[in-house]
Design a binder for this molecule. Structure first.
Ligand SMILES: *Cc1c(COP(=O)(O)O)cnc(C)c1O
Length: 398
């Protein structure tokens, strides 16, 4: 029996506190019900776990190292460890989830995979595992995003995926999501929908958190090897939808001595009208099939978010994080575009690691926390910066 007070697990209906649930069209009930009934049984089956663990090791390259960043530690006068998700195959943590979901899809007897993507990172992670397992892959992407994210579109195509433009509305992520849902309604029997973060209707937030929880599972063991104790005092992660943070927090959620620090994108500033700091600006509402905090106008229209990093540019946040915020279990900070850029350049020069812009947000709060020399800090380095080189080149010219 799980503790009923655990932050790890939503209730039967998929609620973390008041957030979560499954707000979906009638015609999706069968698909989502099938998943809800079967996912836990499947993912803890021995044969599933064996294949999952083997692929994480031999294909993704896990365990990813826990690296003591000595120069950064010296500067902040506290040991700072980096969990190196940037070293995963395809360059970020997203592959942990897509590996899990492709194996689940096969156990469910599905032959066709759909996904939606904004910046293209989740599309690439999905196309990758579809190629690995020889599954048909259709990725919906806003027409505008297809123009803006040409390298990722090329990667998906090279990996054998079909990229379908969503031409309605603002031609971005929201419209791609609508197209993916329409597809799933029309293909309920043979198709699995891979969602890329701890968002969407129950059971997705819980399922994705479980697949990503390998991050904190490894961290506990590795920290013990480094320091003799499994528990850090602080874990820090950036939050877009919240999947790398959920993975980094998961095995520390019920350890009250560990401070969970979530860093959102403030864009040009929380109150600038150009921000993605959802917990600071959002109100309870329904987005992508679950109840969470959502950036919206007084009459409930979703507000366009802004962040320099495409992965954090999302007007909602997963229900687990909305609950961590509301209950006070999580500490929610934010970093502006400018602060993230500075943190990225600083990490590059200090440790020889060029981070993804998303991850750079997490590093930028090190100086905002009141850290003591006796603390132990783990920062989730969710991805590598290769994809952000054009942005970094721009910044260097200024
Ligand atoms: C997609 C992405 C994120 C944001 O997604 P989460 O679900 O919040 O983790 C963060 N970092 C990197 C490197 C990403 O690619």
């Amino acid at each position: 029996m799980e503790m009923t007070t655990s932050y790890q697990q939503p209730d039967q209906q998929g609620y973390y506190g008041q957030f979560g649930g499954a707000y979906i069209p009638e015609m999706l009930h069968r698909n989502v019900e099938e998943l809800t009934e079967k996912y836990l049984g499947i993912i803890y089956e021995e044969s599933f776990q064996k294949e999952f663990q083997q692929l994480l090791r031999d294909y993704v390259g896990r365990p990813t190292p826990l690296f003591l960043a000595e120069r950064l530690s010296k500067e902040h006068n506290v040991p700072v460890y980096l969990k190196r998700e940037d070293l995963c195959h395809t360059g970020a943590h997203k592959i942990n989830n897509t590996i899990g979901q492709i194996l689940l899809a096969r156990k469910l007897g599905k032959t066709r995979i759909i996904a939606e993507t904004g910046a293209g990172q989740h599309g690439v992670a999905t196309a990758t595992v579809c190629a690995l397992k020889g599954m048909e892959c259709i990725v919906y992407m806003g027409e505008k995003d297809i123009e803006r994210q040409a390298p990722n579109v090329a990667r998906m195509k090279m990996l054998g995926a079909k990229v379908v433009p969503a031409a309605s509305g603002s031609k971005t992520l929201k419209d791609a999501t609508n197209e993916a849902i329409r597809d799933w309604i029309n293909n309920p029997v043979d198709t699995h929908y891979i969602i890329g973060s701890v968002v969407g209707p129950h059971p997705y937030p819980d399922m994705v958190a479980r697949f990503q929880s390998v991050i904190s599972e490894e961290t506990r063991k590795q920290l013990k090897e480094h320091t003799g104790t499994e528990l850090p005092t602080h874990v820090i992660a950036c939050v877009g939808g919240g999947s790398n943070a959920a993975g980094m927090f998961y095995h520390f959620l019920d350890e009250p001595s560990v401070q969970l620090v979530a860093v959102e994108a403030a864009g040009h500033g929380v109150n600038s009208g150009m921000s993605a700091a959802t917990t600071q600006l959002g109100k309870p509402g329904i987005l992508h099939g679950s109840k969470s905090l959502v950036m919206q106008t007084t009459d409930g229209q979703v507000v366009e978010p802004h962040s320099i990093s495409a992965g954090l540019d999302y007007p909602g946040v997963g229900p687990l994080h909305a609950h961590l915020f509301e209950s006070g279990r999580g500490t929610f900070l934010n970093a502006t575009d400018e602060e993230a850029l500075q943190a990225a350049f600083h990490l590059a020069k200090t440790e020889g690691i060029i981070p993804a812009l998303e991850s750079a947000h997490a590093f930028s709060v090190l100086e905002k926390l009141k850290l003591k020399p006796s603390d132990r800090v783990v920062v989730c380095l969710s991805g590598r910066g290769d994809k952000d080189l054009a942005t970094y080149m721009n910044a260097m010219q200024k």
